[in-house]
Write a protein that binds this ligand. Structure first.
Ligand code: C2E
Ligand code: MG
Ligand code: MG
Ligand code: MG
Length: 282
């Protein structure tokens, strides 16, 4: 009857809740050690010129394989790491490892690394980056740091100042996931972004809807006025790629070209694509 059904549902709900809390505790407990023991390391997603199909850079994305739990997604462990401060050592490990690995490639690619707000607000972010570049030999002009809009909602002045100091080293600053969340026009105009990354939800919207395309065109115009380059994330189909090229998007990233992969696969991809001139069909 209804009462026992209701009670059964409550018990089922409590079981799920308990499992989620336990899982979170296990993941959180294993995280710091995973960073130390190099269980958590970067993979690299290629970034392409949409017209020529040429790879010009990669984005480092943290990947974690746990011996018992298997692959754990960044959408699960990054928020946990941001919550308990582990994001700081994790972020620097990803930074150092990816600078090292991209530096060793036989080709000169740009490297984008996500930088969390806790790293920016830590006292010595500029010194840490200088040291990282000095240790790895990676040139500042090929490094881009990605910060999300929500970062700018913290101590805005202090963050803009720190990002300016990093720009003065020659490092590029990129606004990640633009267009979702609390996008304010002033984020685009009050700071000099070297690059604006359009959130992946727009790649899909741009094929479906003419108005969405027109709005995207306006954003491209603002970016051009501000002297920022634009890269569209999450391009999954040829139709999306074509619609984006038509309105003037030059750079992209997405499963159509390749997901995050080990560094050796980036080399393979680079040379395969250069011997074909452009990806056939794409
Ligand atoms: P993000 O910086 O916006 O990175 C892009 C995400 O979109 C990645 O998810 C990537 O795998 C995924 N993606 C790429 N192409 C496509 C596509 O065509 N379709 C779809 N649906 N998704 C695509 P991932 O690797 O799961 O990372 C999620 C987020 O976690 C990242 O979003 C980033 O904000 C954060 N993250 C990852 N690694 C790090 C890190 O080392 N440090 C910090 N602070 N955050 C990180
Ligand atoms: Mg990113
Ligand atoms: Mg990001
Ligand atoms: Mg993004």
């Amino acid at each position: 009857n209804a009462v026992t059904n209701g009670r059964r549902r409550v018990v089922a709900y409590q079981t799920v809740m308990r499992a989620e809390i336990e899982r979170r505790a296990v993941v959180e407990g294993a995280l710091a050690r995973a960073v130390e023991t190099n269980e958590c390391l970067p993979h690299f997603q290629p970034q392409f010129n949409l017209e020529s199909g040429r790879v010009f850079g990669v984005e480092a994305l943290a990947r974690w394989y746990h011996a018992e739990l298997g692959w754990i997604s960044p959408s699960e462990f990054i928020p946990i790491a941001e919550g308990n401060g582990d994001i700081v050592p994790l972020g620097w490990k990803i930074m150092e490892t990816s600078c090292n690995e991209v530096q060793l490639l036989p080709v000169e690619l740009t490297l984008s690394v996500n930088l969390s707000v806790a790293q920016i607000l830590s006292d010595d972010v500029v010194g840490m980056l200088e040291e990282c570049l000095a240790r790895t030999g990676f040139p500042a002009r090929r490094l881009k740091l990605e910060v999300t809009e929500s970062t700018m909602m913290n101590d805005l002045k202090r963050i803009q100042e720190t990002l300016s100091q990093l720009r003065a080293l020659g490092i590029g600053i990129s606004l990640d996931d633009f267009g979702v969340g609390y996008s304010a026009l002033s984020y685009l105009t009050d700071f000099h972004w070297d690059e604006i990354k359009i959130d992946r939800s727009f790649a899909a919207k741009a094929v479906r809807d003419r108005k969405q395309r027109d709005v995207l065109k306006l954003v491209l115009g603002i970016a051009e006025t501000m002297g920022s380059r634009v890269l569209v994330e999450g391009i999954e189909t040829i139709e999306q790629r074509d619609a984006l090229v038509e309105i003037g998007c030059k750079n992209g990233q997405g499963y159509l070209f390749g997901g995050p992969m080990a560094i050796d696969d980036i080399t393979t991809l680079f040379f395969a694509e250069h011997s074909h001139r452009s990806l056939s069909g794409i």
